[in-house]
Design a protein around this ligand. Structure first.
Ligand SMILES: [Zn+2]
Length: 79
């Protein structure tokens, strides 16, 4: 399972510093292949539970960070 590399690019981050959030940033879980938006109105998680975004606490919780990639949705070239 992977993400669409034409549409998303990997962003490097240091989990020991913190988890970046942003409108176009998603946490992609390589275990279940689901993308979780880093910014959303409601708390959300991937289906295997490795990634959980807690909007009430403004917190990103990831159990196994090495299994997760931060990806940014690319701007469409025709815009
Ligand atoms: Zn998962």
């Amino acid at each position: 399972m992977s993400f669409d590399k034409a549409e998303y690019e990997v962003v490097t981050f240091d989990p020991s510093v913190g988890f970046p959030v942003g409108k176009n940033l998603f946490y992609w879980c390589s275990i279940c292949g689901e993308k979780v938006p880093s910014l959303s109105l409601n708390s959300a998680g991937c289906k295997c539970g490795n990634v959980f975004i807690d909007t009430d606490a403004a917190r990103v919780a990831i159990k196994e960070t090495e299994k997760v990639k931060l990806v940014r949705r690319k701007r469409k070239s025709w815009l």
